[in-house]
Design a protein around this ligand. Structure first.
Ligand SMILES: *Cc1c(COP(=O)(O)O)cnc(C)c1O
Length: 379
């Protein structure tokens, strides 16, 4: 098998997983030890060192799915993102962020970076040249997130990676919305891919975790800081993530199909306003999305309901209101009440987050049942 490129479907089941050597069981056992023999090994396993058997097992699977040399599993998405970022920068450095960021990341960087003397610029990520214009001689990192939350804007990953490479700048992406099934930014020249594993990687709305994937060299650099910051994940949850990942390809493929079917239906219903889904041919960046998301366009879409939107969400029977995303069950939020609550109405308006915008995380249910639920709630 070594010479053949192994498919993601096979990797999702086998990479990193190992059987129970003691009793011949088929699946990876849970190893709860926090104390290991140090004799004859360079670094003994220790939970905060991110090197216990269950941490290694899930990290290996994550690296395989993201086409990365190495990966680390963290206790949350923010732990993965902030540790990766802080491991790359120091006092006096400058970072460029795209302005459409996950609310938690936006809040974290605007609050934390100034306290450490790290300057930053936000740019409109839809035009790659904007990043180049913002580069200074102190710029160390360019940070992007695509598709974006909640209006599913697309940043041209390869164009941004090429600009950064030309200037010797590290690139970090938040790849949460796409999942490793649909988009592998490292193939396009990105240095570090991060995920909130709480979403598609866990996939069942019951795990909080995060991941960073990169070259061995950069993962070593992240590790050097991570062991100081903590933020590692304990054995049982690692094992649950490894188990969840065995079905990630099946789950995400179904979510891709469902989201496209629902977006197509929404286009035909006159009670719906704007629809945001990169899989629709009339999405402004459909061509770029198609090129950089070979696995599919993802399970996230947003749309405007022309009538009373709170009434609409209260009439849904199958689709649940819930703030997170990426689970097997379909959930939705109204971003103006949740993720974008802290912005002023004018700020929200400027980025398309109107009071009647619904952000929909499509699950793995039958697409027609979901469409029927939306239709009856609109009725
Ligand atoms: C949820 C989320 C995060 C943060 O992840 P946590 O697991 O909650 O720490 C970061 N980025 C995106 C795009 C997210 O959806």
């Amino acid at each position: 098998m070594a010479s053949k490129k192994i498919s993601k479907l096979t990797q999702s089941v086998h990479a990193g997983s190992f059987g129970d050597k003691l009793f011949g069981g088929a699946t990876t056992p849970i190893f709860p030890s926090s104390a290991y023999d140090y004799e004859g090994v360079e670094t003994a396993p220790y939970p905060r060192y991110f090197n216990t058997p269950n941490q290694n097992s899930v990290s290996e699977k994550l690296a395989a799915l993201e086409n990365a040399e190495a990966a680390m599993i963290f206790s949350s998405g923010m732990a993965a993102i902030m540790t990766s970022l802080f491991a790359m920068i120091k006092k006096g450095d400058h970072v460029i962020f795209q302005n459409d960021l996950y609310g938690g990341t936006h809040h974290a960087v605007t609050k934390e970076l100034p306290r450490y003397g790290i300057d930053f610029t936000f740019v409109d990520g839809s035009i790659p040249e904007n990043f180049e214009k913002a580069i200074r001689k102190e710029t160390r990192v360019i940070y992007i997130e695509t598709p974006s939350n909640p209006t599913l804007k697309i940043t041209n990953i390869k164009a941004v990676a090429d600009i950064a490479k030309k200037h010797g700048i590290i690139t970090i992406i938040d790849n949460t919305f796409a999942s490793p099934v649909n988009q592998n930014p490292i193939d396009l020249g990105i240095d570090i891919s991060t995920h909130s594993g709480t979403k598609y990687i866990g996939g069942h709305s019951d795990i909080c975790c995060g991941a960073a994937m990169a070259s061995k060299k950069l993962i070593q650099q992240i590790w050097d800081s991570a062991i100081h910051f903590g933020g590692s994940l304990e054995a049982t949850t690692c094992w649950l993530v490894e188990r969840s990942l065995k079905t990630i390809v099946l789950r995400v493929r179904q979510q891709n199909q469902n989201a496209l079917a629902i977006a197509e239906y929404l286009k035909t219903d006159s009670r719906i306003g704007k629809i945001y889904y990169p899989g629709l041919k009339d999405h402004p960046d459909h061509a770029i999305a198609k090129a950089q998301m070979p696995g599919g366009f993802g399970g996230m879409l947003s749309f405007e309901v022309k009538n009373d939107v709170r009434k609409f969400t209260s009439k849904l029977e199958l689709i649940k209101r819930a703030i997170s995303l990426g689970g097997v069950e379909s959930t939705l939020t109204l971003p103006h009440l949740t993720s974008h609550k802290k912005m002023t109405p004018a700020e929200r308006q400027a980025i398309g987050v109107t009071d009647n915008l619904v952000r929909f995380s499509v699950g793995i249910e039958d697409a027609q049942d979901l469409i029927d639920d939306i239709r009856q709630a609109l009725d």
